[in-house]
Design a protein around this ligand. Structure first.
Ligand code: SF4
Length: 343
């Protein structure tokens, strides 16, 4: 009987793996959509979105033929909307270039929009059992601990080193079970804080455990500048309609939202608005001060209610707004406004 780390991890995975809807079959389409949704989002949060998405678009053809707005609507609340745009574009490429069949080589998959080495590796190993590593934060942490690597895992050269280690480990083993075993081990036992070494299936192979360094490793020091922006955000109403604009580009491209300027006064907001739209605007009330955190930036939104007395383009009733994809940040703004009207 084999007694090495790979064998123990795979056996543990086969007996204890978590059950998710995207694990019910090995269809590359399912695996692709789930992996994209799981970027930056927890498994619990993804499950209902994944189910809804696959019920609506059960084939790549249906997804490719849908409008971008339909895709955004199903994505609403998941955040990082660029992912949805890439999924839509990629579905169209797959229909045009691969006749609707998901490509099956690592290089072809990696060339698709929004798919990086981790996702390409996950699809190739899980759907096609190809010997490709799928290196994410879980794998970096586990390998760093098992091999007692004291290098900073935020650096490319450390990630390359870990990728090479995993490539070696995969030789001769089922890459699907091994990669998913690492994913599950990282999510449930070898967690970032307080790893559960007592019940770890690969404890006897772990050098960090042997040297009592499991609570120190991995070294993960990111040198990312985080930007903070203060906005005055305007709920601008005309009778029972609200003004929303569709973001042309940038972080929240194509999503609808309220007009906001990076200034810290509602009076300056009025000046900016009047300069841009050439109609008078009146301030009604301060609604709330809200914060929304993105990966590399934080928005502080100082929300005010304004009114206009002449109709302009882009006014929507609440029923119409329900059908539009709004950014998560501006859904918070809308909720705060609706709450303020209850008093
Ligand atoms: S023994 Fe502890 S630190 Fe090592 S892999 Fe297992 S859970 Fe992680």
């Amino acid at each position: 009987m084999q007694n090495n780390m790979q064998h123990k991890l795979i056996t543990w995975y086969q007996e204890n793996h978590r059950h998710f809807p995207w694990r019910e079959n090995e269809n590359p389409y399912n695996i692709w959509i789930s992996e994209i949704m799981l970027q930056q989002t927890t498994t619990e949060a993804v499950i209902p979105y994944f189910k809804r998405f696959m019920e609506t678009f059960d084939t790549i053809d249906k997804l490719a033929n849908a409008s971008l707005e339909e895709v955004y609507k199903l994505w609403e609340g998941l955040g990082y909307y660029r992912r949805a745009k890439h999924i839509h574009e990629t579905a169209q490429i797959i229909v045009e270039k691969y006749h609707g069949e998901f490509p099956n080589t690592y290089e072809d998959i990696l060339a698709l929009k929004g798919i990086g080495p981790y996702t390409a590796g996950a699809i190739c190993s899980i759907a096609y059992h190809q010997s490709t590593p799928a290196i994410d934060g879980n794998v970096l942490r586990i390998i760093s601990r098992v091999y007692l690597l004291k290098d900073n895992i935020a650096l490319n050269k450390t990630q390359k080193k870990i990728t090479d280690i995993v490539k070696e480990l995969l030789i001769g083993y089922d890459s699907s079970a091994f990669n998913q075993g690492l994913m599950d081990l990282g999510a449930t036992i070898c967690r970032p804080i307080n790893p559960q070494c007592d019940i770890c299936p690969i404890q006897s192979h772990c050098l960090a455990y042997a040297k009592n360094q499991q609570k120190v490793l991995p070294i993960n020091i990111k040198n990312i500048k985080h930007q903070e922006i203060h906005y005055t955000t305007g709920i601008i109403t005309y009778q029972n309609q609200i003004l929303l604009i569709q973001n042309p580009a940038g972080l929240l491209e194509n999503l609808y939202g309220f007009i906001q300027y990076d200034i810290e006064s509602p009076y300056r907001f009025v000046e900016e608005f009047e300069k841009q739209f050439h109609i008078p605007l009146s301030i009604v009330a301060h609604i709330d001060d809200l914060k929304h955190v993105f990966t590399h930036r934080t928005w502080y939104m100082h929300v005010y209610h304004f009114i206009i007395n002449v109709p302009i383009e882009h006014l929507y009733t609440l029923d119409e707004i329900e059908k539009l994809p709004l950014s998560t940040a501006h859904l918070k703004v809308l909720k705060a406004y609706l709450k303020s009207r209850e008093f």
